[in-house]
Design a protein around this ligand. Structure first.
Ligand SMILES: [Zn+2]
Length: 312
């Protein structure tokens, strides 16, 4: 946060506003988000606002257990952003039990969720909508609109940040489209720890498989593990991935049983800490894509040994 250009300079308030600094002395808005990726989106649009994330970097929002500190954060919040689509079911219980009236915005409102089959509940939405950049454009539009409504004086500031971020999202989306276009269809299989990349797969044409479903609370079955080993062997997969938020045990077990390597850690449901490669959404998606490309390039389906032209 940089207030230096705003702090002393009432005569320069106009200059400050042009460069996007707050020229008033009102305390910054306090925004609460449920997880670190959403926190990053709100920071991109709100910049100097205080933006808290209940679930921090490298932590799992699926299985999070709220604390008394969370109740205090909620009590002080001007606005709360949640992902919705069943991702952080605990937030509703937390707000209800806190007894506070809060202004709550579901960042995925207006997106088209992918429906998946939950053995216990039937068709339910896949919550990992942020793994498709098209959806992130909806997240940030909802954030921009909500912040502008809450703080109308700063609406042009939020709008500029929103438009700047949209351009960055567009560039990243194009980068991924172009990078994956180079990968033959038969090589587009990636194994991760849980089913967090369905939206990414749908957008970019990659098949993702995992030992557990869309929640890390799911239990893997021996049948699912056996079938993944079959896929690894049949497709000559050479690299599989652990995620920053999940237990590494299942992927380690798969690696031991098949003799293939585990790639660099990828970021699925949370950002990394600042000194790691997924400290922002843009960095996280770029890092994940680089790792996926590396793994897909390593695959050597049998046909390719005879002629690479079959993949042209
Ligand atoms: Zn997840």
């Amino acid at each position: 946060m940089n207030y230096y250009c705003c702090r002393f300079l009432i005569p320069f308030a106009l200059v400050a506003s042009i460069f996007g600094c707050r020229a008033d002395t009102s305390p910054p808005l306090k925004i609460v988000t449920t997880f670190s990726i959403l926190q990053d989106f709100v920071r991109e649009i709100g910049k100097d606002k205080v933006v808290i994330s209940i679930v921090g970097p490298n932590s799992d929002a699926h299985t999070y257990q709220p604390t008394p500190r969370d109740v205090r954060q909620i009590a002080q919040a001007d606005l709360i952003f949640i992902n919705g689509l069943g991702f952080e079911g605990w937030i509703h219980r937390l707000i209800k039990s806190s007894g506070y009236k809060v202004n709550i915005v579901t960042a995925t409102d207006g997106s088209q969720p992918m429906m998946i089959n939950d053995p216990g509940e039937g068709a339910v939405p896949d919550p990992h909508a942020w793994n498709d950049i098209k959806n992130v454009k909806i997240y940030v539009k909802n954030i921009y609109t909500s912040l502008s409504k809450l703080d109308p004086e700063q609406a042009p500031f939020y709008r500029k940040n929103y438009e700047d971020y949209l351009a960055k999202l567009e560039d990243l989306d194009q980068f991924i489209v172009n990078a994956i276009k180079e990968i033959p269809q038969k090589k587009r299989i990636i194994i991760t720890a849980h089913d967090a990349f369905g939206y990414y797969g749908q957008r970019y044409g990659v098949k993702f498989l995992a030992p557990v479903g869309t929640s890390t609370a799911d239990e893997p079955s021996p049948k699912a593990m056996a079938s993944l080993i079959d896929v690894i062997q049949a497709h000559k997969i050479k690299m599989i991935f652990v995620e920053n938020i999940t237990n590494k045990k299942l992927i380690q077990q798969l690696s031991e049983e098949t003799g293939i390597q585990i790639g660099e850690e990828i970021f699925s449901d949370a950002l990394s800490e600042k000194d790691q490669p997924g400290s922002t959404y843009l960095a996280m998606i770029r890092h994940n894509t680089d790792q996926f490309i590396k793994a897909m390039r390593l695959m050597q389906p049998k046909e390719e040994c005879r002629s690479s032209s079959v993949y042209a």
